[in-house]
Design a protein around this ligand. Structure first.
Ligand SMILES: NC(=O)C1=CN([C@@H]2O[C@H](COP(=O)(O)OP(=O)(O)OC[C@H]3O[C@@H](n4cnc5c(N)ncnc54)[C@H](OP(=O)(O)O)[C@@H]3O)[C@@H](O)[C@H]2O)C=CC1
Ligand SMILES: O=C1O[C@H](COP(=O)(O)O)[C@@H](O)[C@H](O)[C@H]1O
Length: 599
């Protein structure tokens, strides 16, 4: 699956992955072109297309596509010859298959997708999942026939669910046309079923309702487990035995945490696999759905200027930094059992690191990419406790406002040692990265909210301009910053001559600020990931061996921290975190890029 087609496209534009059951079973029936060639590129308009534009276009294109029904009710669609879309977006003609939005020639044998949000009454469902589904609907990315069911124990009518959902739906700032109308239409497709998570009987009742909505069409079913992890397996057992699709696919999106360590994670995987095949399990890491994380491979592999520098030869260190300017408010109960290392480092930051450091994959297919990521994870050196700093925020009063400390949260034990901040130095023992420190830093209740990747390059050997550059030579090396959020940007710090008759250098940024370059709003990570799950695209989901490797790296460290009852360094709410993080960086001859004056 091409990154290009993935990031630029919606259902009928997307090429299938090699793991698609449809392709593997039926590719001989049709002339399938290399999915990597199914890319769209921009030739004239300064504004690149986004996901949403192409969803709309994909619908327009349906009218010029001829379709052929194949064995399982899926459809192979054949595009008409090269089309140039009106704003200069050229699509290379290709033959695409799509068993998600499959439509028959006669119109009587269409397929449908039923999406069940398990835990629909919860925080994540309200905050992220329903709004993302609405955004996909608004953009025309959901198939013609779809139904959304909320499932949870709370008693609610359909109308009450709709009322709850409607409060968190928004339209994009740049797209408000028919917003209310679209919301109404969307809400009419949302239903609710109340039930226990471990009741076959209740899932049988859900199945009955789903069938009524599916109306005899080929049914594909997606279950989103937005529930606490201790009930994942119960829900999967019931969903798979009592509410699986009988004639289409059944997929389950599983939210983190995927266990607390290697053992519990392996047990979870084993339990899930009693009821599901690995390719039905979509382990979500929403950071992989963020626009700039998705762009990382594009930056590396489609620009000649970066990949040759992407090694120990030119890169001095790499930093992955996550900060939040709020505490665990409301989620202390969950958080105290996990801590920042499990909550952010072992998954979000490590996933980005793996994408950053992997070798060039054979192709952009999900399995090729995930194979390379696993190799990185398995090449990593065990993390030493002395290469880790942990912290916990304490209460702080500033400007008359009092901010609570972590243990002030009523759901957190008063003597909790759970880290809300951690910094670590990691190493990849392979030929490309030997000796390069990969620093991670993650914390809650810090001075700012941001997530970024910083690549600090080596000094210029024999630099003719050293004496014009000030005393701290580390401050004069090039730094590439990929700001994942907020204010998405990619900028490169370069040395430049300050204009004038003298010869003085300063550091200036070559700056790609997304809001200045692209007028379109960036889709939320959950939109991309939900769409991918509907399409069966696994590239941005975590495979079980990736998960095993990630836990293998962090489990010994977590065990040591917990067994030794390591006391976290306290830092005030709203500060820049514990000073220990600076000593850790200094030990590896690194300065945190986000703390420099001109970060
Ligand atoms: N919220 C967030 O920002 C994020 C959440 N996640 C993960 O997503 C999942 C859902 O998160 P979130 O929505 O915050 O979770 P919630 O705590 O809000 O739980 C979701 C729903 O599950 C049911 N539930 C809660 N506790 C129990 C219990 N002990 N036994 C049975 N049912 C219970 C409740 O529904 P009812 O009582 O109606 O059955 C609740 O509305 C979790 O795995 C979480 O770790 C991941 C990233 C971010
Ligand atoms: O997974 C999680 O992510 C959120 C941060 O996500 P973001 O997209 O808002 O940056 C974090 O607050 C939460 O603790 C964690 O579980």
């Amino acid at each position: 699956m091409s990154s290009f087609s993935s990031s630029l496209s919606c259902p009928t534009y997307r090429s299938r992955t090699s793991s698609s059951p449809f392709l593997s079973n039926h590719s001989s029936l049709i002339n399938v072109v290399d999915p990597r060639r199914s890319l769209s590129f921009h030739s004239a308009s300064p504004q690149g297309p986004n996901l949403s534009e192409l969803c709309v276009r994909s619908q327009q294109r349906k009218s010029v596509q001829s379709s052929a029904l194949v064995q399982d009710g899926s459809v192979a669609t054949k595009s008409s010859p090269a089309e140039e879309l009106k704003d200069g977006l050229v699509t290379i003609p290709t033959i695409k298959v799509d068993n998600v939005v499959a439509e028959s020639n006669g119109g009587g044998n269409q397929s449908t997708v039923s999406i069940t949000v398990v835990g629909a009454s919860g925080d994540l469902a309200k905050k992220k999942i329903f709004p993302a589904l609405f955004a996909l609907y608004y953009e025309g990315c959901l198939p013609e026939h779809f139904t959304i069911f909320g499932y949870a124990r709370s008693k609610m009518t359909d109308a009450e669910l709709r009322d709850m959902v409607s409060r968190t739906l928004t339209c994009r700032i740049d797209k408000r046309e028919n917003c209310n109308e679209k919301m109404e239409e969307f809400l009419k497709r949302c239903f609710y079923h109340s039930g226990q998570y471990d009741s076959q009987e209740h899932f049988v009742a859900l199945d009955k309702k789903l069938k009524e909505h599916e109306g005899g069409r080929l049914s594909n079913r997606l279950f989103y487990l937005s529930i606490p992890p201790n009930i994942f397996v119960d829900a999967v057992k019931c969903a798979s035995s009592s509410a699986s699709s009988v004639n289409g696919w059944t997929r389950v999106i599983v939210e983190k945490p995927f266990g607390r360590d290697s053992k519990t994670s392996a047990a979870l995987t084993k339990s899930l696999k009693q009821y599901l095949e690995e390719d039905q399990i979509f382990r979500i890491d929403h950071y992989l759905g963020k626009e700039l994380v998705e762009n990382l491979s594009v930056l590396r592999f489609s620009n000649l200027i970066f990949e040759p520098l992407w090694s120990r030869q030119y890169i001095r260190n790499v930093q992955f930094i996550f900060s939040e300017d709020f505490g665990t408010e409301g989620r202390g109960g969950y958080f105290d059992n996990y801590g920042i290392i499990r909550d952010i480092m072992q998954n979000h930051l490590l996933q980005i690191l793996a994408l950053f450091a992997m070798e060039t994959p054979v192709s952009l297919d999900a399995e090729d990419i995930r194979n390379e990521k696993v190799k990185v994870l398995r090449s990593m050196r065990p993390i030493q406790l002395e290469d880790v700093v942990i912290g916990q925020y304490k209460g702080q009063t500033t400007g008359g406002v009092t901010y609570p400390g972590y243990t002030d949260d009523k759901t957190v034990p008063k003597d909790s040692l759970t880290p809300t901040f951690a910094a670590a130095a990691l190493f990849i023992d392979n030929a490309r990265w030997d000796g390069v420190p990969f620093l991670m830093k993650a914390g809650k209740a810090l001075h700012t909210r941001s997530a970024e990747i910083r690549v600090q390059f080596r000094h210029v050997p024999g630099n003719l301009y050293n004496r014009n550059s000030g005393t701290d030579l580390d401050q004069t090396t090039n730094e590439l910053v990929i700001r994942v959020q907020p204010d998405e940007a990619i900028y490169l710090k370069i040395n430049n001559k300050v204009p004038g008759l003298g010869m003085r250098l300063d550091r200036s940024n070559l700056n790609l600020l997304y809001s200045a370059r692209y007028s379109k709003e960036i889709p939320d990570a959950y939109e991309r990931l939900l769409l991918d799950a509907i399409e069966g695209e696994r590239r941005l989901f975590i495979r079980s061996d990736e998960l095993d490797a990630a836990w293998a790296l962090f489990t010994p460290l977590l065990k040591e921290i917990e067994e030794k009852k390591t006391i976290p360094e306290f830092y005030p709410y709203g500060s820049r975190g514990p000073v220990g993080a600076h000593y850790l960086a200094a030990k590896h001859k690194v300065q945190w890029g986000d703390l420099s004056l001109e970060s």
